[in-house]
Design a protein around this ligand. Structure first.
Ligand code: PRT
Ligand code: ZN
Length: 286
């Protein structure tokens, strides 16, 4: 039988759409029939399993799935023997401790003796132990943010992204326990044929992620400005410089990192660049 790699994705939730989009951006085609919990892809030896996110680290550790896409927070909480292979850059959030806005808070010592409600008892107890704080942990599985207002806890430890849920529940964020994003995890002991498939998938994922961080840039400049412009645009190896039909002018092509994009553009304009075009890159193989 041909080897197929089994990849676990969240069935429905905050990770689902972005996980599917990432697989599609890797050029892998599939159609998911309604409510099916597994599906084979058309043009890559890959089977997708749709699971609850909490179950993904365990299924990967047990070998039911070979790899999975899940929040780093869930991987850290579940403490299963899986390997973190790639950070995927979506579903960014933080696990944070929050107290009612009316509670004075000057630092970690103020958590001493409190009852803290959370769905992340392992991560919270590690954090409290590392900081020498004795507090009691009340594990609940959902709606953590209402625990203080119904008298169930003095504080909470929950995921935060925009902060608006805390705000609307009269809470303030006081400590960060961990930062998280979606990650690709894998079984450490994959047989060689499956390991080769996982490597091929990772290669495609890396190309997609790199492309997301870079833009392709084209500009025109007088020849006298080219040296300075080339310095500002290192590119993948070095920028391409082509003569324009108008003598004394050249066109420069390169890639630029999303993070320092605006600073680079301003510096390029100051150096004499004109007609700057910036276009997205679909895949980037370096
Ligand atoms: O059904 P299943 O068990 O699969 O899903 P789930 O309900 O357990 O998880 P889901 O879909 O809510 O979240 C999946 C993953 O998304 C999490 O494990 C995180 O890795 C990531 N993620 C990113 C978040 C958030 N941001 C987030 N804001 N998960 C949950 N939240 C919740 C948070 O718990 C709180 O209730 O959103 C609220 C806070 O959001 P803000 O924007 O108001 O701060
Ligand atoms: Zn869950």
């Amino acid at each position: 039988m041909n080897t197929v790699l089994r990849l676990a994705l969240q069935k429905s939730g905050r990770l689902s759409d972005a996980s599917v989009q990432l697989i599609e951006a890797c050029g892998i085609r599939f159609s998911r029939a309604n409510n099916r919990l597994r599906c084979l892809t058309d043009n890559f030896p890959l089977e997708l399993l749709y699971l609850r996110d909490d179950d993904i680290p365990g299924y990967v550790a047990d070998g039911v799935a070979d790899a999975g896409i899940v929040g780093e927070n869930v991987v850290a909480e579940k403490r299963q023997p899986v390997e973190l292979l790639e950070r995927l850059g979506f579903a960014r959030c933080r696990l944070a401790i929050a107290v009612p806005r009316s509670t004075p808070y000057d630092g970690l010592a103020d958590l001493e003796g409190l009852h803290i409600a959370t769905s992340y008892p392992n991560l919270l107890s590690d954090f409290l132990r590392e900081n020498g704080i004795e507090a009691s942990i009340h594990e609940i599985s959902g709606s953590v943010e209402i625990a203080p207002s119904i008298g169930l806890a003095d504080a909470i430890c929950d995921l935060v992204s925009s902060g608006s849920t805390l705000l609307s529940n009269g809470l303030k964020e006081v400590e960060t326990v961990m930062h998280s994003e979606a990650v690709l995890i894998g079984r450490p002991d994959l047989p060689p044929e499956k390991a080769a498939l996982l490597d091929a998938l990772r290669f495609r994922i890396q190309a997609v992620l790199k492309a997301q961080n870079f833009k392709y840039i084209l500009l025109n400049a007088p020849n006298g400005a080219i040296d300075r412009i080339v310095e500002l645009l290192p590119g993948m190896k070095s920028p391409t410089v082509l003569p324009l039909a108008e003598s004394g002018w050249s066109s420069v092509h390169s890639v630029v990192n999303e993070n320092d994009f605006w600073e680079v553009i301003e510096n390029l304009r100051a150096a004499g660049a004109q007609g700057i075009l910036v276009v997205p890159i679909e895949k980037m193989i370096v």
